[in-house]
Design a protein. Sequence first.
Length: 315
Amino acid sequence: SSGINAEYGGVEMHLYADDTQVYISFTDKEWTATEEKLRKCFAHIESWMAASFLKLNPSKTELLFIRHRSDLTPNPVSATGSVKFSNSINAVTANAAEITPKDAAKNLGVVFDEKLTLKPNVSKIIQDCNFKLVNLRRIGNKLSVAQKIQLVNTLIHSRIDYCNALLAGIDKEDVNRLQKVQNSAVRFIFNRRERRGVTELRKKLHFLPVKARIKFKICVLVHKCVYETGPSYLRELIQKREPKPQTPRQNKDTTMLELDRKIKLTNARRSAFQVVGPQYWNKLPRKLREMDSEDVFKAQLKTHLFREFYGVSTT
C-alpha cells in the first residue's frame, strides 16, 4: 500500500481479506493525469497478483465518481462511457479492461452512490429485511414471543445495524423508511396488524428506535477511539480537549473532544465521523464518558438513549 502511494502520488488504498479499495481525490481538470495514474496503478497491481499466482478480475471491479450533491456536471468519462485500464505494462496479458462508471457501487456490503446520500443502501436494507419478514410471517404462528425476538435480532436488527454509523445525517425520510421496517418487525413479534401503538410495543421490548441505534453505534466507536481500542484510522480523527487555564469550568473537562470547526459543513461532511462523533460524545453525561469499560459503557449508553428517545426510565 505504501509503495503504491509513493509511486502513484495521491492514490490511497484500503486492503481487506478478499477486497481492495483504491481511491484518489481530483478535480475535473485533473482527470487526464488521474486516469493515467490509475491505469498504471492497476497494471502494477495486476502484475503483482500475477507474480503471486492470482488474477485481477475486471468484471468484479467497480468504478464510482463521488461528487458534491449540488454538482450537476457529468462525470469525466461520460463522453467515452468507460475507462480503459490497459495491461500493457504487464507481460502476462495485453488485453485492455474497460470499466464503466456506476451510479452506485457496493463496498463491504454497503451501497455507496455518487452523491453519498446512501439512499440505494437504505433501499437495499429495506428490501432485504422485508423479504425476511415475509418468510418469518409464514411460520410466525408456530413461534413463541421469545423465539420471534431472537429471530428479529438475528435477521432484522443485524441488517439494520450493519455499518449504520454511516447513516448519520441521512435524510429524515430515509430514517423513517428504516423505522417502518423495525415497526413491522415489532408487529410481527406481537402478531399485530394495526399500525398504532407500535412505540409502546418497542418500549416493552426495550428496542431502541433506528435513529438511536445509529447514535449508539457512533458513540461506541468514539469510546473505542478515546480509550485507544479502536482502529488507528479512526483514532487519528478524534482529538481530546486539552485543559486550558482561566476558561469556563466545562472546558476543563478532559473527557470532552475538540470539535473540528475548520471543516466546511456540506451535507456529506456534516455526517463525517470526525464531525458527528465529537458532537454526540460531548453531549453524553460526564459520568458516562468516564467509563473505561466498554461493556459497562454500552449498557449505560443504551439506558441513557432509551430515556432520551422514549422519555422514560428503564426498569
